[in-house]
Design a protein around this ligand. Structure first.
Ligand code: GAL
Ligand code: ZN
Length: 638
């Protein structure tokens, strides 16, 4: 580990059955030995609470703690994460274990951070058992008070779903056809909250025993089941697991987007890349290896996007078990012949030079509005088109920014957006009054906003906002949509821009009736001919743009480029395509990251001289050469 520059180790994540081999019987000897050994070697520990995989003796004795799927199937022990989040048996057993762990290690000198559970919800994001049904009812009672209010919120007059007693209310188990959408949405909220309650039980025990030690749990990028906005508020530091697919040409863009999300979840504070693979995973059908240099590149990318630490799953490749074909820092074979080990070692050495980066911040002029509840609601079935997917729609807006090296944060509609020059709103399908008011005042006070089709459609109960779509935003957008015309797979519409450029849209089209907005592009041909497709409306001292279709990528890039330029946003640096550029700063000092996503060398024009922290070399203004998958971290002029 010292050879690889390791200075932090996640430990005991799946060790419950070893630590507590029988009820209330503990074996800490082995863990003591490893904690001491790491400490004596100058390596700190991110110590897990070990609650992510309950031991077989527990579920054998209490099968009622096992989770039940939507189809009523019980999930047994023999893998991991086989617990019902609402189970008092699981929660008590976990709390006891964490009390033991905290008592024993709270003041161990190796302890740097607590790692609660592991990837909450990864395999079992929700449970439909009777215990969970009861917990769901309690959660609903707290939210609505009276059964009549639940009936109103869920619109239960539809299809004769009125409830007369709380006991009749169920989780949305398998039904003949679509269950009530408001019920499904509340169950998603509940399920995220229920897992968060498991996290909090452990969190509170840890804080009691070691108030000064940071507590985290590892996130999974854009993980739909958990509202990470809520979760991140309960963490001292945000950590993330990122497993790019090297066969995906847009993998680099996707991990950049995940990095920006993590930084935003922590409200700008540095985060940690908790897990990545040194090369391959084992859980895709074909597990393509990272190209030489790609692991190093993507590690630096995490740092560029705001991470202060880079870690791996896993240290040593296991000999047995379900993940023995997953790459590790130390492979099965001899390290001497492993290119992966070589790259791991190199990275470890290079990261040592980056101390100046720690604590520095990323500044963004653009925010992308993204809200989990809206995501959940958008993707419920029975819509004008179920082809609209939240992550894909976010990417439509993110892609041009990434390609041009324009930095964006993610934000909730209710956040203070006044510091951003530009706010992008892709498919904010669900918005409550507060969110709508926030976006409205952002524009009124001088902000520039771009909103996509199918936004502002429902409120927090999944009830339509009446008054003509998109009712909550009709004033700022200066338009109403008379009807939605979703496009069939493979169908597209031509779009003619006012400046003469031509493009097309797919997925969606609609009949826009402007009432103050100006058309920047119109549909061409068919019965939508000459009707507005993209609009702009001056509102208060700001401007609101609206996009009524999914523009082809070139048109989208051109459109957003003109919008951000007008809003006074500029790229970090004009760089050749395929080169990612980021900046982190401390006060007036800045550190420039150059990341070459291509497998051939490129020259990047630099305005300033500096020091490349990766190897300590001096960098001059003018052309700077980056090798294939090359990375440089340049301290600019100081
Ligand atoms: C993560 C998990 C690790 C390991 C890894 C494999 O989901 O936290 O324990 O399973 O994936 O890629
Ligand atoms: Zn359950």
């Amino acid at each position: 580990m010292q050879e690889a520059g390791v200075n932090l180790v996640s430990l005991a994540i799946f060790s419950w059955s070893r630590i507590e081999p029988a009820a209330a019987t503990y074996d800490f000897a082995w863990l003591d030995r490893i904690m001491d050994l790491l400490h004596s070697g100058g390596i700190a520990v991110d110590l897990a609470t070990a609650t992510a995989s309950p031991p077989p003796w527990l579920s054998h004795r209490h099968p009622e703690m096992l989770p039940i799927t939507i189809d009523g199937v019980r999930l047994w022990h023999g893998a991991r994460q086989h617990y019902c989040p609402s189970s008092p048996v699981y929660r008590d057993a976990a709390r006891h274990l964490v009390e033991q762990m905290a008592t024993r290690y709270a003041s161990h000198p190796a302890l740097a951070m607590w790692h609660v559970g592991n990837e909450f919800g990864c395999h079992v994001p929700a449970c439909y058992c009777d215990v969970s049904a009861n917990a769901f009812r309690k959660w609903l009672q707290e939210r609505y008070g009276a059964i009549e209010d639940l009936n109103r919120a869920w619109g239960t007059d539809f299809w004769s779903q009125r409830y007369s007693k709380w006991d009749e209310v169920l989780p949305p188990r398998r039904t003949p056809t679509w269950p009530n959408p408001s019920q499904q949405l509340d169950f998603m909220r509940f399920s995220s909250d229920e897992l968060l309650a498991c996290y909090e039980i452990e969190h509170d025990v840890l804080k009691e025993h070691s108030p000064g030690v940071p507590v985290t749990t590892n996130f999974m990028r854009f993980f739909k089941p958990l509202d990470y906005w809520k979760w991140a508020e309960r963490e001292d530091i945000v950590t993330d697991d990122v497993y790019q697919d090297p066969s995906d040409p847009e993998a680099g863009m996707r991990s950049a987007m995940a990095g920006d999300l993590m930084r935003s979840l922590g409200r700008g504070r540095p985060w940690v890349l908790m897990e990545q693979t040194s090369s391959r995973v084992n859980w895709r059908e074909v597990n393509v290896a990272k190209a030489p240099g790609q692991m190093r590149l993507w590690s630096f990318q995490a740092v560029a996007r705001g991470a202060d630490g880079v870690m791996f799953f896993q240290w040593r490749q296991s000999r047995a078990g379900a993940e023995k074909f997953h790459s590790a820092m130390v492979p099965h074979g001899p390290v001497s012949s492993s290119p992966v080990w070589k790259e791991v070692k190199q990275l470890g050495q290079e990261l040592r030079g980056l101390d100046a980066v720690c604590g520095s911040r990323v500044k963004a002029d653009v925010a992308i509005v993204f809200d989990w509840e809206s995501w959940w609601a958008l993707e419920l079935p029975s819509k004008p088109s179920i082809r609209i997917r939240q992550e894909a729609q976010l990417e439509e807006y993110y892609r041009p920014l990434f390609a041009a090296n324009v930095v964006a944060d993610f934000a909730r509609p209710t956040d203070d957006l006044s510091g951003y020059r530009l706010v992008l709103v892709p498919n904010l399908y669900l918005v409550d009054d507060e969110g709508a008011a926030g976006l409205t005042s952002y524009v009124r006070n001088g902000g520039t906003l771009v909103m996509s089709f199918f936004s502002g459609v429902v409120d927090q109960f999944e009830h339509i906002h009446l008054g003509g779509h998109p009712a909550p935003f009709a004033d700022i957008l200066g338009l109403r949509v008379a009807d939605w015309l979703p496009l069939a797979d493979g169908e597209h519409v031509d779009v003619a821009f006012a400046d003469g450029a031509k493009g097309h849209g797919d997925l969606w089209s609609e009949i826009i009736e402007t009432s103050g907005a100006r058309s920047l592009a119109s549909f061409a041909g068919g019965h939508l001919d000459k009707r507005a497709a993209v609009t702009k409306h001056e509102f208060g001292s700001g401007a609101a743009y609206y996009v009524g279709t999914r523009l082809d990528r070139a048109s989208m890039a051109r459109f957003l480029h003109s919008v951000w330029t007008d809003a006074g946003v500029s790229p970090e640096l004009e760089a050749p395509s395929g080169v990612e550029v980021m900046r982190r700063s401390v006060g007036h000092r800045s550190i420039l990251f150059l990341l070459n996503h291509r497998d051939r060398a490129v020259d990047v024009p630099l305005a300033q001289a500096g020091t490349n922290l990766v190897d300590g070399s001096q960098v001059h203004a003018g052309l700077f050469r980056l090798g294939p998958y090359g990375a440089a971290v340049i301290r600019e002029g100081w």
